[in-house]
Write a new protein. Structure first.
Length: 290
């Protein structure tokens, strides 16, 4: 029994295509997707179509991530006064434009957690962040791990969200994170599309972590051709930096921009983060302050 596990695609259809080409040559019995299909890159439409296509071919486990919740909550929609904050809301708006009503209906039905149950094998709990919240991290030595995992009956847990590949033992559980297909936080070997295979046998599971090269320059060209640098200027510049291997997250740069906004204005309420604060935060990132 072999299960392909993919997470955090974030609209990077070029990376996903590289993964699919690899997996089509493997003996895959089922697919598992752990959320964040929409995001920072311009291929959301292609990603959704790939999900639908696989759903027709093989057994398939799928849950939603925080990026799907953002679209379902309507973050970024309406509010013409937010036009002044494109780096903050631009990609949320762009992502929604790529989704049809069929997509929204599909995402609405996705749970935040589920169980892989296969006869003769140990059950696996799947989630994006944790089984109780899509934005809750499970990290090595995390102070909330005991509380989180106390609510998990299964021996094995699959999670995403952190964009870091992980294989750890915590609180009597085996926890795996496949990393990110679209925007991993790299540790070594350069930027690659990350996912994993779970090989089942004798009732248990063995992970195989995979990292593939793909055409990053094509992704960046696609971003430019689709106008992402105008739609969400500094957010997209951070995306490019991540694609080129900088160990930073959008959240870190956003937090710095909001900190600068608060220093300047006495308060900062999302999404009202001025572009000049984004610019300064971006320069801080480039200079290594972040």
């Amino acid at each position: 029994m072999n299960i392909a596990v993919l997470s955090d695609i974030h609209g990077n259809h070029i990376a996903l295509e590289a993964c699919m080409e690899y997996l089509e040559k493997q003996d895959i019995d089922a697919y598992c997707f752990l959320g964040d299909y929409v995001g920072e890159l311009p291929g959301t439409r292609q990603v959704m179509d790939t999900l639908y296509d696989l759903q027709r071919k093989l057994p398939y486990y799928i849950i939603k991530g925080n990026k799907e919740d953002y679209q379902l909550y309507g973050l970024g929609e309406g509010h013409p006064e937010w036009d002044a904050y494109p780096s903050t809301v631009g990609m949320l708006r762009y992502g929604r434009q790529q989704l049809t009503q069929e997509d929204i209906s599909f995402l609405e039905k996705l749970p935040i957690t589920d169980r892989i149950r296969i006869e003769g094998m140990e059950d696996i709990r799947i989630c994006h962040g944790s089984q109780r919240a899509v934005k809750e991290d499970i990290l090595p030595g995390g102070r909330q791990n005991g509380e989180i995992l106390a609510g998990v009956e299964e021996k094995y847990v699959l999670c995403g969200h952190t964009h870091r590949a992980m294989d750890i033992q915590e609180c009597g559980k085996t926890i795996w994170n496949p990393g990110s297909v679209g925007l991993p936080i790299i540790t070594e070997g350069g930027m690659k599309a990350q996912f994993m295979l779970l090989h089942g046998g004798n009732g248990g599971w063995t992970p195989e972590f995979v990292a593939l090269d793909y055409d990053i320059e094509s992704v960046i060209r696609d971003m430019r051709e689709k106008g992402l640098y105008e739609i969400a200027p500094y957010w997209s510049m951070v995306t490019e930096c991540i694609l080129r291997g900088r160990k930073v997250t959008h959240g870190q740069v956003l937090c710095r921009a909001m900190e600068l906004c608060e220093q300047e204005n006495g308060r900062c309420d999302w999404p009202e983060v001025p572009e000049n604060c984004w610019e300064r935060a971006y320069e801080d990132m480039k200079s290594g302050i972040i």
